[in-house]
Design a protein around this ligand. Structure first.
Ligand SMILES: [Zn+2]
Length: 451
C-alpha cells in the first residue's frame, strides 16, 4: 500500500516565504500544508530544524540514453538526480539516434517510464534537416523543441547559424524553442587562429576566447530579434556572459514572457581562473568565462532577467575528457550537486532560499507550462526535498552516483545535505538508500498559462 507521509515542523520554503509548518501528502499529491495532527495511518517525519523545498526541476540535462549509455543512462543519472533533490528533468535531443521525429521522441518516453526514478520530459530536436517536418506537426503539446547538442553531429546545424531555418521555425512553431546560442562561424574562425598558434595542444584556458563573448552575444541578439519579429516563444539555453544578460527583461511576469533564459550552475560556480586547476574537466560549450561574467550572471538571476537555473548535466567518461583541446569532449556531470552548490551560495549570503526555490522549482514549472509541479501547495504533485542545512560532507569518487564516476566538484566540501527526496509522494531517496521500485512520471504540459 502507498504510504501517507506527514512531515512535521519543517521550515517550508515556498513562494517567497519560509514558514515552519506541516505537510501531509499521499496518492502522489500534497493534501495539506498547515498544522495537522498525526493519524494512525500516517508515517510521521520529524522535520524540526530541517528545510523542505519543492523538488528541483532541471530544465536541461543530457542523460545519454539511448545510444550513448557508456557515458550515462536514464537509470544512473536519474538516480544521481534524486540523490541531489532533483525530482524532474527535461532531457536534450542529442542522444543516438538524435530525437528528430515524434516516433523517436515517443520511444524515449517509453524508455524513461521503465527506468527513470525522477519525472521526465524530452525536447524534440530541431535542425536544418527536419525543419520542414517540425513546422508541419502540432508542437503545442510538446515540452519544447531544441537544437542543443545536435550541432556536434553535423557542422552548420546550429539554429543560431541558420537565419533561414530560424525564420521558418519562429514563424511556425507553437512550442518553446530552446536554443544553444553561439555563432559557429566565429568559433571556427578562432579555432583556426589558435590552431595555428598551438597546433592540437591549445591550452584550455583559451576556450573562452575561441567560444567567445562576441559569438554568444551576437547569436543571442539575433535570435531575440527574430523571435520578436515573429512573436515566437524563445528560450536561450545556458547563458554564459554578462553582456547577454542586458538583452533580457525583468519588467513582466515570467508567465507572460515570450523571451526567457537560464543560467547553468557551473557558470555561477566556476570561472576562467578554474581552468588551471581543472583543465578539460570544465570544458563546456558555451565556455565558462570570466569572474565578471560569473558575477553578472548571478546579478541577472537575482533581478529576474534570468528566469531559471539548470545544470546542462552532460556526462562524459574521463577518457573522453582527458584529451587534447580539439578532441576533449565538452560538458560535465552536475545534476547530483546543483542544489548543494546553490545552498552554498545561500550560506555565503549571495542568494536567499526563497530565490533558490523560485529559480530551481517554481519558475521551471511556469516557464515550461508544467501541469501541477514546482510548488508546495495543496493539490500539487508531492515532489519534495528535505534538507539538513548544517551537515558537512565532501564530494569524493565514492559518493558520486554518475555512471561516468567523476565530478568537477570532487574535493569540494558542502555544508548542506539532501536527506530525503519524494517523487509523486514516494520516498525514492532516504539517507543514502533508494527505492527503485517506483518510477517517475512523464511531465505534462498545461493548457493555459495561469498560475
Ligand atoms: Zn546542453
Amino acid at each position: 500500500m502507498l504510504k501517507k507521509y506527514l512531515i512535521k515542523n519543517a521550515t517550508v520554503v515556498n513562494e517567497g516565504t519560509s514558514i515552519v509548518t506541516d505537510v501531509l501528502f499521499y496518492n502522489g499529491i500534497i493534501q495539506k500544508v498547515g498544522h495537522k495532527y498525526a493519524e494512525p495511518d500516517f508515517e510521521v517525519i520529524n522535520g524540526t530544524g530541517k528545510y523542505l523545498l519543492p523538488g528541483i526541476i532541471d530544465g536541461q540535462v543530457h542523460f545519454r540514453e539511448p545510444g550513448l549509455t557508456h557515458k550515462g543512462d536514464l537509470y544512473s543519472e536519474s538516480k544521481a538526480a534524486v540523490a541531489g533533490g532533483v525530482t524532474s528533468f527535461i532531457d536534450m535531443p542529442n542522444t543516438l539516434p538524435n530525437v528528430l521525429d515524434i516516433k523517436t521522441l515517443a520511444e524515449k518516453y517509453e524508455l524513461a517510464s521503465k527506468k527513470s526514478l525522477a519525472n521526465y520530459a524530452f525536447f524534440l530536436g530541431v535542425n536544418g534537416d527536419n525543419i520542414d517536418e517540425i513546422i508541419n506537426i502540432d508542437t503545442s503539446q510538446l515540452m519544447g523543441v531544441s537544437d542543443d547538442g545536435l550541432y556536434f553531429t553535423k557542422k552548420g546545424n546550429l539554429l543560431a547559424d541558420n537565419p533561414e531555418t530560424m525564420e521558418k521555425l519562429f514563424s511556425n512553431c507553437k512550442s518553446i524553442i530552446a536554443i544553444h546560442s553561439e555563432q559557429e562561424e566565429l568559433v571556427e574562425k578562432y579555432e583556426q587562429i589558435f590552431r595555428k598558434r598551438f597546433g592540437e595542444k591549445v591550452p584550455v584556458e583559451f576556450h573562452p576566447m575561441i567560444r567567445s563573448t562576441e559569438g554568444c552575444y551576437q547569436a543571442t541578439k539575433q535570435a531575440i530579434g527574430l523571435a520578436k519579429k515573429h512573436n515566437a516563444r524563445l528560450h536561450i539555453l545556458h547563458l554564459t556572459t554578462e553582456a547577454e544578460t542586458h538583452l533580457f527583461q525583468n519588467s513582466i511576469p515570467l508567465k507572460d514572457k515570450k523571451i526567457t533564459t537560464e543560467v547553468s550552475v557551473h557558470n555561477l560556480w566556476f570561472c576562467d581562473k578554474d581552468y588551471e586547476r581543472l583543465g578539460m574537466l570544465i570544458k563546456w560549450n558555451p565556455a565558462i568565462k570570466s569572474e565578471n561574467d560569473k558575477n553578472g550572471l548571478l546579478k541577472a538571476l537575482l533581478d529576474d532577467r534570468i528566469d531559471i537555473i539548470t545544470t546542462d548535466h552532460a556526462p562524459h567518461t574521463l577518457e573522453e575528457k582527458n584529451k587534447t583541446y580539439f578532441q576533449a569532449m565538452s560538458g560535465a556531470p552536475l545534476v547530483q550537486h546543483s542544489l548543494n552548490c546553490m545552498l552554498e551560495f545561500y550560506k555565503q549570503g549571495k542568494i536567499s532560499l526563497e530565490k533558490i526555490a523560485e529559480k530551481m522549482c517554481h519558475n521551471p514549472a511556469i516557464l515550461y507550462r508544467m501541469e501541477n509541479r514546482g510548488f508546495i501547495k495543496e493539490g500539487c504533485a508531492a515532489d519534495l526535498v528535505l534538507v539538513d542545512m548544517n551537515k558537512s560532507w565532501k564530494v569524493t569518487k565514492k559518493n558520486i552516483l554518475y555512471k561516468c564516476g567523476w565530478s568537477p566538484l570532487e574535493g569540494t566540501t558542502f555544508t548542506t545535505k539532501v536527506l530525503q527526496t519524494f517523487v509523486n509522494s514516494n520516498l525514492v531517496y532516504h539517507y543514502g538508500q533508494f527505492n527503485e521500485n517506483i518510477k517517475g512520471e512523464a511531465l505534462k504540459v498545461k493548457q493555459s498559462n495561469e498560475y
